[in-house]
Design a protein around this ligand. Structure first.
Ligand code: WTA
Length: 670
C-alpha cells in the first residue's frame, strides 16, 4: 500500500512545446459579455486587488437573498466562510427567480434518452422552468414526507434522466445534503459512501440504459444495503429507498423501505417554499479519489458554490438567452453538478441532458444530437475527443454542426492534436475553445479562457478566472520564474472552494493545506509560459486521470489486495491513446495461488465489483516480487518505467533487491 508521497517540484518537467495562438474572432468578441483581453485584464486586476469587494458586488448582483449577509468573508486558513449571516436557497436561484418573466415557459432541461435500439430515435422530454419548478417542489415534499430534514444526507444513484436534476434541486430546496454516486459505480462503492456520510435515504431507479442494455441500479442498491463488515451492516442509517421507474425491469421492492417515485409524487402538493438557508449551509458531498485508499467526501456549501458556478457559466460559456447548452458529463461527477445542473439553471439557460453513450447506436450519436437540437455550446472531455478522432471524421462530417458557436473541454490536459481536431472538424475553425482547468474541490472553473477575450493556445487552460489567484511554486512555496515547472497552488480563498472533507478534518488539512503554508495545494504540476498562461502538467500525487476520471492508485491496490489470491499489489499509470492514462497492476500472489489468464480476468472483474468499471486495470501483471526500498516502500517510479516499456533509469541504489528489477524488465521484454 502506498503512503502519501508527493513528487518534488524540481522533477516536474513540461515537455510540451506549442507556439500556435488563436485570437478570438472579432465577430464573437463583439457579441460577448467580455469583449477584449484589455477588458478581462482590467476586471481581473480589480478582482484581485480587492477580492472582497469584487465578490460582494457579484453576490449582490447575481443571487437572490432572503437575508443580506453581514460579512463577505471570514478567513482563518483553512476555513473560509463566505457571505456570513446571509440566507439564500440554491433551488430558488435556479428556478423561482425565472418564473416571473419571459423565462417561465422557456426550456430549462431538454432531455434526450438513449435510443432503445439502433435505428430508433431517442426519447425526448422537455421541462420548462415552470414545469421543473413544479416537479422539484413535489419531490421536495416527498423527501419531507419521509422524514428528510435540513442537514440530512440523501444519496442519489440515478442514470442521466431529468429526475437526477430534480432530486438534486429538491434536496437543496429543503436544505438536505445530496451525495450523487455515479451510476457506473458498484454496490460496494455505494455502501462505502452511505457509511461514510451516514445517508438516510437512497434515490435510485430500477435500471439505467447503457448501450442497449440495462444497468441494474436498484439491484446494486439492494446488494449495497446487504453488505456487512464483521457481521454488522454498514448502511443501517438508510431508512427509505425511492425508486424511479425507468427501464421497467423486474425489481424487488422491500416493504416499508422501498417506495416508487411515481406513487409518491402523486400524493403530495406541488407547492413547497424554499428553505431559507445560511450561506454556509452544507449543499452537497461528492466523493473523489485521493492518494490513499478511501475516497474523500468533498463538501461544498450553499451561497459560495452557487455564485461560483453561476458566474463561471455566464462568462466562460458566454451564456445568452437563446443558447442551447450541452455539457456531456454525468451528474455523478462535479462537472455534472456545476455545469449540467446548477450553473446553467442559475443563469436561466437551457441545459441539454443526454442519457446514453457517445457511440451508441453509432459513433455519430453526439453530432446527431447537436443538429437535432441546434446545440450552440458544447462542453466535453479530451478523452471523448480522442475517441471521436479515432472513430473517423466521416461521422461528424455527415452533419451540419453549424449551430455550434463555442466549444469547451475539461477533465485533463488536452493534447494539441485533439485541440486542433476539435477546432477544425467540430468547430469548423469558427468556434472558440475554452479549455477549463478546475477540480471537484474548487467547485467551479479556475483557470480558463474567456472566449471573447483570451487568445488561446492548444493545450493550455490559459489565464485565471476573476478573483482566482493561482501560482506555480517550488517546494518551499516560493513562486518560480516563468517557464519553470512547479506545484500549482491557489493563494487566496474563493467562494466556491471546498469547505472540508466530510468527517475528516485531519485529512483536509494534510491534503490541501500542508504542502504550502497558507495556500490551497491543487495536487497538480504546472508551468507558466512567457505570456503568463498556465500549462497543467498533470497530477503529482498518486492519483491518475483515466478518461478524465480521477482514480487513486491506492484505492485500486486495496481492491486488488482484498482478493483472496493476492498478496501485494502496486498500480501505476501508462499513457493511453484514448483514455489519457491506463492502469497497469503489478500483483504478487499468495503461496498456493497460480498465475493464469483466468486469474488476470478475475482480478480485473474484482476491481470492477469493488469500485466500478472505470477503475479496472488494463493489464494485470503477475510478478514474484515488487521493487521496494529498504524501508519497504514500493518504488512505483520504477514500475511506471516498466509499464511504459521504457528502460529503467534513475536512482536504484535504494532498492532492497536489485534482482527483482532485472526479473521484471526481462519479463517485459519477453
Ligand atoms: C485535471 C474535474 C488539465 C487536473 C473538473 C485536476 C485538468 C483534476 C483540466 C480534477 C484541464 C481537470 N487541463 N488538467 N482543463 N481539468 N484537470 O476533480 O489534474 O474530476 O486536478 O474535476 O483533473 O479532476 P476532477
Amino acid at each position: 500500500m502506498s503512503t502519501k508521497k508527493t513528487a518534488k517540484a524540481k522533477n516536474i518537467e513540461s515537455v510540451l512545446k506549442e507556439d500556435r495562438k488563436f485570437a478570438p474572432d472579432p465577430a464573437f468578441s463583439k457579441q460577448a459579455h467580455i469583449k477584449s483581453l484589455a477588458q478581462y485584464r482590467k476586471l481581473y486586476n480589480a478582482s484581485i486587488k480587492d477580492p472582497k469587494k469584487f465578490w460582494a458586488e457579484q453576490a449582490e448582483k447575481e443571487l437572490l437573498w432572503f437575508k443580506p449577509w453581514k460579512k463577505v468573508l471570514e478567513w482563518k486558513a483553512p476555513d473560509a466562510k463566505w457571505f456570513v449571516g446571509g440566507q439564500t436557497n440554491v433551488s430558488a436561484n435556479c428556478l423561482d427567480i425565472h418564473l416571473d418573466g419571459d423565462r417561465a415557459n422557456k426550456a430549462a432541461i431538454i432531455w434526450e434518452g438513449e435510443p432503445a435500439a439502433p435505428g430508433l430515435p431517442g426519447e425526448e422530454r422537455t421541462l420548462t422552468f415552470r414545469q421543473l419548478h413544479r416537479e422539484v417542489c413535489r419531490f421536495a415534499n416527498v423527501l419531507k414526507k419521509h422524514g428528510i430534514k435540513r442537514g440530512d444526507r440523501v444519496m442519489i444513484y440515478l442514470p442521466m434522466v431529468p429526475e437526477a436534476a430534480i432530486s438534486m434541486l429538491a434536496c437543496t430546496r429543503i436544505g438536505a445534503v445530496h451525495s450523487v454516486v455515479f451510476g457506473g459505480f458498484s454496490a460496494q462503492s455505494v455502501a462505502d459512501r452511505i457509511q461514510d456520510c451516514g445517508a438516510k435515504m437512497v434515490i435510485t431507479s430500477d435500471g439505467g440504459f447503457r448501450r442497449g442494455s440495462v444497468v441494474p441500479l436498484k439491484q446494486n442498491v439492494d446488494d449495497a444495503l446487504k453488505i456487512k463488515v464483521k457481521g454488522k451492516s454498514i448502511t443501517k442509517t438508510i431508512d427509505k429507498v425511492i425508486v424511479l421507474q425507468r427501464t421497467k425491469n423486474d425489481v424487488k421492492m422491500k416493504r416499508g423501505r422501498d417506495l416508487w417515485w411515481h406513487h409518491e409524487i402523486d400524493q403530495v402538493s406541488d407547492q413547497c417554499p424554499p428553505a431559507k438557508l445560511d450561506s454556509e449551509h452544507p449543499l452537497f458531498i461528492l466523493y473523489t479519489s485521493g492518494s490513499t485508499g478511501k475516497p474523500k467526501g468533498i463538501l461544498h456549501s450553499t451561497a459560495g458554490y452557487l455564485l461560483g458556478s453561476k458566474l463561471t457559466s455566464k462568462y466562460v460559456f458566454d451564456l445568452k438567452e437563446s443558447d442551447v447548452y450541452w455539457c456531456t458529463a454525468d451528474v455523478g461527477w462535479i462537472t455534472g453538478h456545476s455545469y449540467v445542473v446548477y450553473g446553467p439553471l442559475a443563469n436561466g439557460a437551457t441545459t441539454l441532458m443526454y442519457e446514453g453513450a457517445p457511440n451508441w447506436p453509432g459513433p455519430d450519436r453526439f453530432w446527431n444530437i447537436v443538429d437535432k437540437y441546434n446545440v450552440t455550446i458544447m462542453y466535453t472531455a479530451p478523452t471523448a475527443i480522442r475517441a471521436f478522432m479515432k472513430w473517423g471524421d466521416e461521422w461528424p462530417k455527415k452533419y451540419r454542426l453549424d449551430s455550434l458557436r463555442l466549444l469547451g473541454t475539461v477533465g485533463e490536459p488536452i493534447n494539441p492534436e485533439a485541440w486542433m481536431w476539435y477546432h477544425k472538424v467540430i468547430g469548423k475553425g469558427r468556434c472558440p475553445i475554452v479549455d477549463t482547468w478546475w477540480q471537484t474541490e474548487t467547485g467551479g472553473m479556475m483557470i480558463t479562457p474567456i472566449p471573447g477575450a483570451t487568445p488561446t493556445k492548444p493545450g493550455t487552460a490559459t489565464l485565471p478566472f476573476f478573483g482566482i489567484t493561482p501560482e506555480v511554486v517550488d517546494d518551499k512555496g516560493k513562486a518560480v520564474p516563468k517557464n519553470t515547472g512547479g506545484k500549482l497552488v491557489i493563494r487566496k480563498p474563493w467562494p466556491s472552494m471546498l469547505r472540508g472533507i466530510w468527517g475528516d478534518k485531519k485529512r483536509f488539512i494534510e491534503t490541501y493545506w500542508s504542502e504550502v503554508k497558507g495556500s490551497y495545494f491543487t495536487g497538480d504540476g504546472c508551468r507558466q509560459d512567457s505570456d503568463g498562461y498556465f500549462w497543467i502538467v498533470g497530477r503529482i500525487d498518486d492519483v491518475l486521470n483515466v478518461s478524465g476520471h480521477r482514480i487513486g492508485t491506492a484505492e485500486v491496490e486495496s481492491a486488488l489486495v482484498s482478493h483472496k489470491d493476492v498478496a501485494e499489489a502496486a498500480v501505476v499509470g501508462r499513457p493511453d491513446e484514448i483514455k489519457g492514462q491506463g492502469l497497469v497492476a503489478f500483483v504478487t500472489l499468495k503461496g498456493s495461488s497460480k498465475a493464469s489468464k483466468e486469474l488476470q480476468q478475475t482480478l480485473r472483474n474484482h476491481v470492477g465489483k469493488e469500485i466500478g468499471a472505470v477503475a479496472k486495470p488494463d493489464l494485470v501483471r503477475f510478478t514474484e516480487a515488487l521493487p521496494k526500498t529498504r524501508s519497504g516502500k514500493i518504488m512505483r517510479r520504477l514500475l511506471k518505467q516498466i509499464a511504459e516499456g521504457k528502460e529503467v533509469k534513475g536512482d536504484t541504489t535504494t532498492l532492497e533487491d536489485v534482482s527483482v528489477l532485472t526479473k521484471l524488465s526481462k519479463e517485459s521484454a519477453a
